[in-house]
Each structure stands twice: as structure tokens, then as C-alpha cells.
Design a binder for this molecule. Structure first.
Ligand code: FMN
Length: 189
């Protein structure tokens, strides 16, 4: 399975990093990573990783400006694209089909080729533009997966919360991770 991972400039770069770390250990997955300019800045602001360390987690890496990259064309077959985290700016540009950098172009290609697009759209609170853009993309089949914590699985650490969101994202690819704690109904007390 070939998966593109985009990291854009919203808070929450750690979600994209954790997803790449997990996918690196799954043999059948080949990852292609793109960091936006602001994605590079937020990840070095928020984590102890360098952009180069994050890029090394992937099998292939591309410059955000490289619109000539193979993932810029639908003739190069990929199965899915995850943007984690996804800024409201990138969300808007995908919705409008701007394709003005390699993240929004690759997402545009994913949509036209009817492949799976998963957006960890991150902003709070949301304005009407954000909500309209999410609705339009959802109606085109995009999975809008805001990185919102769950508490039913009783997370003990921030790492538990990050992992749960990363596992739920990877679950969307149809990859079954035993680590994902699934809701199994209320237990009698
Ligand atoms: C530290 C930091 C945190 C940010 N957090 C968010 C955010 O949560 N959501 C968002 O949509 N934009 C956020 N932004 C603004 C984006 O970086 C900005 O809109 C940028 O143009 C996004 O470009 P990109 O999508 O190409 O990475 C943040 C910027 C900085 C510097």
C-alpha cells in the first residue's frame, strides 16, 4: 500500500510524526512525505524532532514546491493520502482545487482518482468557512478526522491521546492495529 503523508503548519505536528513512526514498522506500507513550509516551522517549535528526522521516517520525501514530483500525477498509483495535521488554509485550497503546492496538488489528484483522503483538520473554534469547506470535502468522500481526544479508553498520558488518534487514522486505511482500544460497550458496575 502506498500512502502520502502531508504535514502542514497547524499545531499538532506530532500527529503526523506518530503516524509516520507507526507506518514505518508496517512492511506492506510505503510512505511518501511532504512537509509544508509552516509544517516545518511548527514541528520544530512543538517537538524535539528536526524536519530531516521526520523526513527520514518515510520511504520517499518531496519538496513542497516540487510540482513535478511523481505524486503530482494520477498516473503514479497511490492508495491514500493523510494530511496530519491539516491547516484551514490547506483545507480551503484542497476544497477549491488550487493545487498550488505539492500537498494540495497531491490531494487534488487523490480526489480525481477517487482514492482515500483523510484530513486531520485542526482549528478551534471553527468559523463558517472552515465548516463549509469540511462539508464540501466530506460530500466528495474525504474523511474529516479532527484530532480530538477520546476519554472512554482512559488515557493516562498525552502520549496515549496522540497514539489513539494516530491508531484511529491508520484504522481508516483498513490496517488493523491490535494497539487500538475499541469501544466494547458499557460494562456493568
Ligand atoms: C505555531 C502555529 C500554530 C498554528 N496553528 C494553526 C491551527 O491550529 N490551525 C490552522 O488552520 N492554522 C494554524 N496556523 C496557521 C498556519 O500555519 C497558516 O495558515 C499557514 O498559512 C498554513 O500553511 P500550510 O497549510 O501550507 O502549512 C498556525 C501557525 C503557527 C505558526
Amino acid at each position: 500500500m502506498k500512502v502520502i503523508v502531508g504535514i502542514t503548519g497547524t499545531t499538532g505536528a506530532i500527529f503526523g510524526i506518530r503516524i509516520l513512526e507507526i507506518l514505518k514498522n508496517i512492511n506492506e506500507v510505503e510512505t511518501h512525505v511532504i512537509l509544508s513550509g509552516w509544517g516545518r516551522k511548527t514541528l520544530t517549535t512543538e517537538t524535539n524532532y528536526t524536519a530531516e528526522e521526520v523526513e527520514r521516517l518515510a520511504d520517499f520525501t518531496y519538496a513542497i514546491t516540487d510540482l513535478g514530483a511523481r505524486i503530482s500525477s494520477g498516473s503514479f498509483r497511490v492508495d491514500a493520502m493523510i494530511i496530519a495535521p491539516c491547516s484551514m488554509k490547506t483545507l480551503a485550497s484542497i476544497r477549491m482545487g488550487l493545487a498550488d503546492n505539492l500537498i494540495s496538488r497531491a490531494a487534488d489528484v487523490i480526489l480525481k482518482e477517487r482514492k482515500k483522503l483523510i484530513l486531520l483538520a485542526r482549528e478551534t473554534p471553527l468559523n463558517t468557512i472552515h465548516l463549509e469547506n469540511m462539508l464540501a470535502l466530506s460530500q466528495m468522500g474525504t474523511v474529516i478526522l479532527p484530532p480530538v481526544p477520546a476519554f472512554y479508553n482512559q488515557p493516562q498520558t498525552v502520549g496515549d491521546i496522540i497514539n489513539h488518534i494516530a491508531y484511529r487514522t491508520i484504522d481508516q486505511l483498513g490496517i488493523i492495529l491490535p494497539e487500538l482500544k475499541r469501544w466494547d460497550g458499557l460494562k456493568e458496575s
